[in-house]
Design a protein around this ligand. Structure first.
Ligand SMILES: Nc1ncnc2c1ncn2[C@@H]1O[C@H](COP(=O)(O)OP(=O)(O)OP(=O)(O)O)[C@@H](O)[C@H]1O
Ligand SMILES: [Mg+2]
Length: 248
C-alpha cells in the first residue's frame, strides 16, 4: 500500500478507542516514537529560542492533529519541561473531551479577559503540564487566533513556559492555522498514512508556504513502516525535495 490513499475512508479511526492513543495509556512503541519526535524537534527548532510555540495542523479533518499535539506536549512535560497545550481548534475542539477535563473555561475566556488564570489549567497527570481547552466557541475563530490580543496573550504565556503546543484545525478547511502562523515559531504537519490525499497535502503546503510559516516537519501518523505502528517525524525538506515520495 502506498503512502497516500486515492479515496477517502469515511471513519478514520474507531472513536471509542481514542484513550489508548493518549499519553500515559500509550503502548511502548508509540511512546518511543513520540520521544523521537521530541528529540528531532530540538534539531529543527531555531537555536536558543525561549519557549517555542509549535502549531500542529494537517490538510483535512481526522488525520491525528489533536492526538499528536496531546502526546507531544505530554512527552515534553514528562522530560521535565514546563509545557502548555492549547486547544486552538475553536470550531470543533476536542482536547478537553479527549483528556476528560472541564471545557467550560479556556483560551477564549483568557482572550476576552474573563478572569481565567493559567494556573487553573494545571493537569492532574503532571504538575508541569498545563492544558488550556478552547473555551466557549466564538463566532470569529480565525480573526481571534490571528489577533493582537492573541499575540499579547501568547507573549505573556511564553514567559511562563518552556514550550507551547497549539492544536489547530486543518489548513484546507478553514483559514485559522494560516491566521496564527505569524505568531508561532513553527508548524508541524500531520499526515495520516493511507488516508491523507496527495492533492490535499500539496494544497496544505501551498497555503502554509504562502503564509511564510516555518514548517518544522511532518508527523506520519499511523505509519506502518520500519517496525513502528505509530507516528514518525520527517523533516519538511524531504517533502520539498522528493514531493511525497512513491505514492502507489
Ligand atoms: N495513530 C493512531 N492510531 C489509532 N487511532 C488514532 C491514531 N491517531 C489518531 N487516532 C484516533 O483517530 C481519531 C482522530 O484523531 P484526532 O482527533 O487526533 O485527529 P484530528 O486531526 O485532530 O481530527 P480533527 O481534524 O477532527 O480535529 C481519534 O479517534 C483518535 O483517537
Ligand atoms: Mg483535532
Amino acid at each position: 500500500m502506498g503512502l497516500f490513499r486515492k479515496k477517502k475512508k469515511n471513519a478514520p479511526f474507531a472513536s471509542n478507542a481514542f484513550q489508548k492513543t493518549l499519553h500515559k495509556n500509550l503502548e511502548f512503541t508509540a511512546v518511543e516514537q513520540y520521544k523521537l519526535l521530541r528529540t528531532n524537534l530540538d534539531f529543527t527548532l531555531p537555536e536558543g529560542e525561549a519557549c517555542p510555540v509549535i502549531g500542529v495542523t494537517s490538510s483535512m479533518r481526522g488525520e491525528g492533529k489533536s492526538t499528536t499535539a496531546i502526546n507531544l506536549s505530554y512527552v515534553l512535560a514528562e522530560k521535565g519541561s514546563k509545557v502548555l497545550l492549547i486547544d486552538g481548534d475553536l470550531r470543533i475542539p476536542s482536547v478537553a473531551k479527549k483528556m476528560g477535563i472541564n471545557s467550560s473555561m479556556g483560551l477564549t475566556d483568557i482572550l476576552m479577559g474573563k478572569g481565567a488564570q493559567i494556573s487553573d489549567f494545571q493537569s492532574e497527570l503532571l504538575n508541569n503540564w498545563y492544558i488550556l481547552p478552547s473555551g466557549e466557541i466564538p463566532p470569529n475563530p480565525s480573526e481571534l487566533l490571528g489577533s493582537n490580543r492573541m499575540e499579547s496573550v501568547l507573549s505573556g504565556l511564553r514567559e511562563k513556559f518552556d514550550y507551547i503546543i497549539i492544536d489547530l484545525p486543518p489548513v484546507n478547511i478553514v483559514s485559522d492555522a494560516v491566521s496564527i502562523s505569524s505568531l508561532i515559531t513553527g508548524m508541524i504537519v500531520v499526515i495520516r498514512e493511507d488516508y491523507t490525499e496527495k492533492k490535499d497535502l500539496e494544497h496544505c503546503f501551498r497555503q502554509l508556504n504562502l503564509s511564510n510559516v516555518n514548517i518544522l516537519g511532518c508527523v506520519m501518523n499511523e505509519s506502518k513502516n520500519e517496525g513502528g505502528s505509530y507516528s514518525k517525524y520527517k523533516k519538511y525538506k524531504y517533502y520539498k525535495q522528493a514531493p511525497y515520495g512513491e505514492t502507489n
